[in-house]
Structure formats: C-alpha cells, structure tokens
Ligand binder design. Sequence first.
Ligand SMILES: *Cc1c(COP(=O)(O)O)cnc(C)c1O
Length: 354
Amino acid sequence: MAADAHEMTPRAYNQFASDNYAGICPEAWQAMDRANRGFVASYGDDIWTERACACIRDVFETDCQVFFVFNGTAANSLALAALCRSYHSVICHELAHVETDECGAPEFFSNGTKILHIDGPNGKLDLAAVEQAITRRSDIHYPKPRVLSLTQSTELGTVYTPVEIAAAAELARSHGLKVQMDGARFANAVAALGLSPAEISWKSGVDVLCLGGAKNGMAVGEAVVFFSRELAEEFDYRCKQAGQLASKMRFISAPWIGMLESGAWLKNAAHANRLAAMLAAGLEKIPGVRLMSPCQANAVFAEMSAAAAASLRSAGWHFYSFIGTGGARFMCSWQTTEDDVHHLLAAVRQAAEE
Ligand SMILES: *Cc1c(COP(=O)(O)O)cnc(C)c1O
C-alpha cells in the first residue's frame, strides 16, 4: 500500500504538515469493508456501532457513554456545550485548538459560553494561572468558570503526566469545574506514557474525553466519551441538531473496532512517536536548528532561520509555521517512514548550510 501511495504521489515524502494528510490505515479500511456487506439499520442503531461502543468501554475499563461524530471540532464544541450554560466560561491554554482552530464553534454551540485562555510553558496549562483565572472574580459580571479543557497530547507535542492531569482536575473540581480533554492525539499520549487509557483519563479526573480517530489512521470520525452518565444526558439530541448524526453511522463506528481490537491505534501512535523522536534527535544535531519544545509525542517543533525555512519550502517541503518566523512544525503519522525522516533531515541540513 505504501508503495502504491508513493507511485501515485511521487513527492509524498515531502509532507510533514499534519498527521491528517495521511491516508486510511489498513485496519480501519478493512473494518469499513466488513461493515459494507449488505443492509444495516441507520443512525447508529446497528451491530457495528454497538460493538464499537463496547470496544471503547473495554479499552477504558469502565461503563462510559460513547458518541461518534465527524470531526474534532464537533467533538470538542458539543462536549463543551453539554457541560456549560451560555453564561459559563471554559478555561484552556492559549494555543488550545478550541481557542485557536475551531472558528468559534464552542461558543456557537453553547450559545455564548466564553473561552478564557491562559499561558503555560510547552503547551501545558500553568495551574497557578488556571487558579487565578478561576478565582479572579466571583461577581455576576464575569462569565462563571465551568470547565477546564486540557489537550492530550498538547498542541506543542508535549504530554501531560497522570500526576499533572490529576493535579489540574483536582484544582478544577475544588472550584466546581468539570474537566474536558481534547484527545485528538490521545493515542500518541497513551503510547508515549505506556500507561492505560483509564489512568490518563477518568482515573485522573477527566469527565469527558474527545477521542481522536482521523489523525490516528481512520478516514473520519472522533468519539466523545463521557465518564459519567448524567453529563451525557440528551447528548444524542445535541449531535443530531448539530448535523453530526451520521445516517450511515456504521462507516464511522466500524473503523474503531478495527483500530481498537487489533491494537492498531497504539501501534500507529507508537510508530508516529518513534519517527518524531528520530527526527528530533537528527534536527538537534544540525547547527542553526533548535528544538522549541520537548518532543514527547508525534510532533517536532524546530526553530531555524527564516531563510532556511523558506528554502525548505521552496524545495517542496510541507510543514506548518504558525509558531513564528522560522518556527516549523513537523508532524509524523502512521504513514511516515524512516526514509521520509532521512530525506527531511538531509533537506534541513542543506537548507541550514545555505
Ligand atoms: C486536529 C485537532 C482537532 C480536530 O480538528 P478537526 O479538523 O475539527 O477534526 C482537535 N484538537 C486538536 C488539538 C487537533 O490537533
């Protein structure tokens, strides 16, 4: 399959822009194929969806409530809307996807809930700043803090430890806040930490997890996982109203079975993490290149001269540079190969020397 992909797109190795540039991994693809045989009831009332929910309960070792939606923006914004009323606020990191990349969807679906963003090193929340944001005001003129939102792994490719999550959740809980986790890359965090999914979610105090599928190797789809039954009340209506209830739900749910039962979700994540570590180690050795945050998952953030970044780009390399001039984000996915990493390192070496 990888060989075919390279034949079709000869410059495929020039791509480190995002893990969602990758295709569908074989395990997800085969699961869709299996679900494609014959007629099956629509709107999630089917055996595939039932089994996918059971798989997620098994993986998380608890009786959680599971909903499948099309993408991460829907998962995050609907989960936050379920936890908040219009006059509430959500506290998150200033680089959080819910703040910077969802076009105001959390505010829209919650009818006005305000996002309050705070700083913190390496993409992680600074708890003193969180506490200050929560306690700064208690009067009626300030949007009442209701949810603490954490991203795991973070937008800067770092990973919260269970101790850090538990401390954040404890702080949130002591002030009456719920904890939502944006887990678009949760699998990468599980693989990086080598801990059980339960340990870094509900056992550490997470109330709702938005579990990523697309960047992990599926075609489309994320799962919203509620660890408490009350919080999930009427969430199905929210999904339907938001246009997130797939009529052919089995094609969103079945891939989860393929990914979770085979272990591909963690295999893919561990592979992407390993290549990112390899890339980070190589970049660090190149004069004029500096890592901007520790590489703990599948992202590598590197700083180089603006001229070097421009030269890489003109040589056809794709990467993001939303973190300032000369800053480059390189993402690895299940489909990235060691050769891709070697090619990129050679190109960066050349660009840095010019
Ligand atoms: C990719 C991503 C999402 C999901 O984005 P969609 O494009 O809406 O699927 C959510 N959170 C983070 C941190 C992401 O990187």
